[in-house]
Design a binder for this molecule. Structure first.
Ligand SMILES: Cc1cc2nc3c(=O)[nH]c(=O)nc-3n(C[C@H](O)[C@H](O)[C@H](O)COP(=O)(O)OP(=O)(O)OC[C@H]3O[C@@H](n4cnc5c(N)ncnc54)[C@H](O)[C@@H]3O)c2cc1C
Length: 410
């Protein structure tokens, strides 16, 4: 057995948005013990959202993406290992083992392991110009293709695929975006909003094809060829795969923690082991708002849940009870969603879906449960409060875009 070579009061595995927020929060809450943050990307924690929005086209730098610099970690007295993967957890001994062979003993442990790109399993998907987008390293591999005239095929019409398409479009690439479902964004919004984004992209010159199933990618000539089920073939310098992510739960699972579509936690971010918490994209947590368990992939969830986890680690009890929200930037459109657009019995549109400024309000028994907005930041901000308060709304007022959303409570 290897000797234990390091010890920390709190060890945090995963240096993404959740891990970095958690260690900062520990210090804010007055925790004075030793904190060790473990990352495996070889760099300080950074923000992922700009990768698909500004970074690919060179409009933001690596430094601008930094969430927690080395200097700040020094000031906060946080130890950081940037480039070592945790391989296993021994919960009985309260140790973690890293791929390098290092063994670390912990008092309490936090898992903020996030997720990884869902792999594409089809012939030709393993070529060097077929690339996903989750990490800075992924973005750096894509960046050389972001040149005017290059042909890009995006597989997947979720937020990342659409944002990357918008960014490539601004950079002058020729883009075809393929979505297997009848609409883009079909998992997260209603067809009306999906159609708005499809129209916006088409008007900007992106060839959006829905109901499109890719069967293989062939390589050999000057261009790769993306082959569709209907027999059509698309030429590509580069193929971006945006088909979702899978949560990194294996470490927790092999350590004997309860996992089911994410690491199972309670409203205090506690796992099935009392000395281990988890937060961010990797968790499956109860949501008082939704009345069921959720696994969310958003900055809001990573930040808010890791604050709850930090509170738990210092002995406080702050239940996680936030209405989920999310944003996406495409061209000059700021899309913002608050709440989940499922389980509604009525939807009311404020503004005109043909315009570039509207909100779709989702109601259940007259109460506001979710709002999807495009370029209506005020609606979004007011909706966060109204949804949390389970406000009953006056429907005719709500439909009148001249009324402030906050003035529509009945
Ligand atoms: C391109 C892109 C654009 C996005 N845009 C938006 C947006 O506009 N709005 C929004 O709300 N959200 C957006 N998101 C989602 C958001 O970035 C994520 O929800 C958030 O980053 C999740 O943070 P996390 O810390 O939970 O997980 P992650 O960011 O995945 O961080 C987990 C970290 O843990 C590391 N790790 C995993 N296992 C181990 C191990 N065994 N040992 C050591 N380290 C390990 C991983 O390498 C990673 O660095 C976007 C995501 C991407 C990829």
């Amino acid at each position: 057995m290897n000797p234990v070579t390091r010890t920390a009061g709190i060890v945090v595995i995963g240096a993404g948005h959740a891990g970095s927020t958690l260690v900062i929060e520990l210090r804010k809450l007055g925790y004075e013990g030793s904190v060790l943050l473990l990352g495996d990307e070889g760099r300080v924690p950074y923000q992922r959202p700009p990768l698909s929005k500004t970074y690919l086209m060179g409009a933001s730098t690596t430094e601008q993406l930094t969430l927690l610099s080395a200097e700040r970690m020094r000031d906060l007295n946080i130890e950081f290992l940037a480039d070592d993967t945790v391989d296993s957890i021994d919960r009985t001994a309260q140790t973690v083992r890293l791929v390098s062979g290092l063994e670390i003993s912990y008092g309490q442990l936090a898992l903020t392991t996030g997720g990884r790109n869902r792999p594409m399993s089809m012939p030709g998907a393993d070529a060097s110009n077929v690339l996903p987008l989750r990490t800075l390293a992924d973005a750096d591999r894509l960046r050389p293709f972001w040149l005017p005239g290059k042909k890009l095929v995006v597989i997947g019409g979720g937020f990342i695929g659409l944002e990357a398409a918008a960014s490539a479009n601004k950079a002058g690439l020729h883009i075809t975006l393929l979505e297997a479902s009848p609409h883009v964004l079909s998992r997260v919004t209603v067809p009306e909003v999906s159609r708005f984004f499809e129209r916006t992209h088409r008007e900007s010159g992106v060839d959006i094809r829905t109901g499109a199933q890719v069967t293989q990618i062939s390589h050999g000539g000057q261009y790769s060829e993306v082959v569709l089920k209907d027999g059509s073939r698309l030429l590509a310098d580069c193929v971006l795969t945006g088909i979702g992510m899978v949560p990194n739960v294996e470490l927790a699972q092999e350590g004997g923690l309860h996992c089911d579509n994410g690491i199972f936690v309670d409203e205090f971010a506690r796992t099935s082991d009392p000395s281990i918490v988890a937060a961010g994209d990797c968790t499956n947590h109860p949501s008082a708002y939704a009345g069921r368990r959720l696994r969310l992939e958003s900055v809001q969830n990573a930040v808010d849940q890791s604050r709850v986890a930090a509170a738990t680690l210092v002995g406080q009890r702050r239940p996680y009870n936030v209405v989920p929200w999310f944003w996406s930037d495409q061209y000059d459109q700021k899309f913002q969603a608050v709440g989940l657009s499922i389980g509604y019995d009525e939807k009311i549109v404020r503004g005109d879906l043909q315009s570039r400024s509207f909100s779709v309000c989702y109601l259940s028994a007259g109460r506001l449960i979710a709002v999807d907005s495009v370029n209506r930041v005020q609606d979004h901000m007011q909706a966060r409060k109204l949804i949390a308060e389970k406000a009953l709304l006056d429907k005719p007022r709500l439909a009148d875009v001249a009324q402030k959303l906050s003035d529509c409570v009945s």
